[in-house]
Design a binder for this molecule. Structure first.
Ligand code: AKG
Ligand code: FE2
Length: 293
């Protein structure tokens, strides 16, 4: 069974125009969502136009036919036990979510490890860059932006130890992980709604997918307590996770056919008081080869 949604031609042309300028699909989806389009539809509209452009197929005209069957929800891979033994401790499961498939964990990082990650990252932080959905250019946003840096895989003994622990918890090979990213959000900074999976609409994303396949899951570790704000929110699911030092949020979005789950749309809410530090590990379908190696 399928449903038909109205898809006005000016919106279609606006999407095609931005794809043609090299804007990322996820940024165009985000822009549509912030203008009131439901996430599933925004995703479907942008995919339909991108598909037509890529294959020289006719553009959708005035309407879009969607299969009513929901994209298969990512299968939750974390096992059912309430605790998981790792080399140097025990990770505890606090909560689970069916869609997006997600698990909230505590006792993932020790207080000392959080402090060490922050002090190793601090001198290497750079303003986070985003792709402008209109121009497709990589730009530093404004004062609301976060600051970030990447560690190389296994860069130090501490990073290697944490990467092995994550691999054990999520039951995927350590080699499938991208380098660990540290993000720092000062007061007022946020991360607007986005998907973590990569849309193969520009050269950078296609090259990235070629270096390890699609992203399939995300593991966010909270390095400090945030006095107010800074939750990781899932607008479609109506769920938000409060940052607490040492906890981690795991969520999945890859299905067997390599499609991202639209329910995995997420954001970092503005920090209202204090600051927020997180460490994120994005995990690929295959062995990830870092750029320039
Ligand atoms: O800041 C957050 O809580 C979300 C971060 C995020 O979306 C990411 O690292 O991919
Ligand atoms: Fe994200």
């Amino acid at each position: 069974m399928a449903i038909t949604v109205k898809f006005s031609n000016p919106v279609r042309d606006w999407i095609a125009h931005n794809l043609g300028r090299g804007a990322e699909e996820r940024d165009i989806v985000r822009e549509l969502i912030s203008n009131g389009t439901q996430a599933d539809f925004a995703n479907a509209m942008v995919s339909a136009v991108a598909h037509a452009l890529r294959h020289g197929a006719p553009m959708p005209d005035d309407k879009l036919v969607l299969e009513t069957e929901a994209p298969s929800a990512a299968r939750r891979r974390l096992h059912e036990a309430s605790t998981m033994r790792v080399a140097d401790g025990q990770v505890r499961v606090l909560a689970r979510m069916a869609r997006p498939a997600a698990t909230l964990l505590s006792n993932v990082l020790a207080e000392e490890e959080c402090a060490q990650l922050i002090s190793a990252a601090r001198p290497r932080l750079r303003p986070s860059r985003v792709v402008d959905p209109i121009t497709g250019l990589d730009v530093v946003k404004d004062h609301r932006s976060s600051w970030g840096m990447f560690f190389r895989p296994a860069e130090t003994a501490l990073i290697e130890k944490i990467e092995r622990r994550i691999a054990r918890v999520i039951d995927r090979p350590v080699e499938h992980g991208e380098g660990l990213q540290i993000l720092h959000y000062p007061v007022g900074a946020e991360s607007t709604p986005h998907f973590d999976f990569l849309m193969p609409v520009n050269d950078a994303n296609r090259a990235s997918i070629a270096r390890g396949g699609q992203r399939v899951c995300t593991f966010i570790m909270y390095l400090n307590d945030v006095p107010a704000g800074g939750e990781t929110t899932f607008p479609d699911a109506g769920w938000s996770v409060v940052p607490q030092r040492g906890n981690a949020l795991y969520f999945e979005y890859g299905d067997a056919a390599g499609h991202g789950d639209p329910a995995s749309l997420h954001a970092g809410a503005p920090v209202l008081e204090g600051e927020k530090w997180i460490a994120t590990k994005w995990v690929r379908d295959r062995v990830f080869v870092p750029r320039g190696t």
